[in-house]
Design a protein around this ligand. Structure first.
Ligand SMILES: O=C(O)[C@H](O)[C@@H](O)[C@H](O)[C@H](O)COP(=O)(O)O
Length: 265
């Protein structure tokens, strides 16, 4: 049974174990997919790398593998490592092996980066891809800016509080003009990455941050609790959808330092 919490800005779903979290995450994504397909005819979702893809694994099992309308999914990446698509570090490869190869997603709906150019070129080409998808209404547009409005952006969080490839104290956090930008000095290897900027993440209709493990507990506390002005502002705290909905999925160890949640064991 999940512990629910949060406030008007965010919802917290804290789970006993990874199995329960995986089921809730699959239910959440399947529901958003259904709503979006009903309302817009498509479901535009941005993925991240890391443990997230494994935690989405239940989507490839019954009932979701049959009930989700996979043919209406359009996949993009909130961040990608600038490596070859068949490289072990590629987020595309991770999602292909863990997800797309198991469900009937249309290959032409999977929008991966150009892996044969520099990080800078890959970022600007990827932004162009998104612009075309906005033009053809596969991706919506924000009501308050010209930013793309993804139906869902799925993020993980590092123990330093980074999300996508937006790392603490990095100038990339201040990028407000581009939709997609690049870094060549990622503290988490590999160094070259492209990433959605905060305005794009915060324009989504739905953002989920999926965090497990005790090593993320301090960052989760800094990102979620009212820690006051003297504490470091971790990037995950800057995820504040303007009009959309933010949901945190946590397991108990990741939630262990949150104020107001007392666990018996
Ligand atoms: O490609 C990446 O590295 C990511 O998109 C990154 O933002 C990831 O989601 C977090 O680092 C959490 O990763 P873990 O869940 O594996 O700790």
């Amino acid at each position: 049974m999940a512990l629910l919490g949060g406030n008007k800005d965010k919802e917290l779903r804290i789970h006993e174990n990874l199995d329960e979290l995986g089921t809730d995450l699959a239910d959440y994504i399947a529901e958003l997919s259904e709503t979006s397909v009903k309302e817009r005819g498509v479901f535009a979702v941005a993925l991240s790398g890391g443990s997230l893809i494994g935690l989405m694994g239940k989507l490839c099992e019954a009932p979701y593998n049959k009930t989700v309308d996979w043919t209406k999914w359009y996949i993009l990446w909130a961040d990608e490592r600038v490596v070859a698509k068949n490289h072990v570090d590629s987020n595309y490869k991770l999602a292909k092996d863990g997800l797309f190869s198991k469900v009937p997603i249309v290959p032409s709906h999977v929008n991966s980066i150009n892996d044969s150019v520099s990080a800078e070129e890959a970022a600007s080409e990827y932004e162009f891809v998104i612009r075309q998808l906005v033009k053809s209404r596969v991706i919506g547009v924000s009501d308050t800016s010209d930013c793309p409005k993804f139906d869902l952006v799925l993020l993980g969080m590092g123990s330093d509080g980074h999300v996508a490839s937006l790392f603490p104290n990095h100038s990339v956090l201040d990028e407000n003009n581009e939709w997609v930008t690049f870094i060549t000095d990622s503290p988490k290897p590999p160094p070259e990455r492209i990433t959605f900027t905060l305005p794009v993440i915060n324009s989504a209709s739905n953002v989920a941050i999926v965090v497990t493990g005790e090593n993320k507990a301090e960052a989760a506390h800094l990102a979620i609790d009212d820690v006051g002005p003297d504490c470091i502002v971790v990037p995950a705290r800057m995820v504040q959808p303007t009009k959309g909905k933010l949901v945190w999925f946590l397991d108990k160890p990741a939630a262990s330092k949150l104020e107001g949640f007392q666990f018996s064991d």
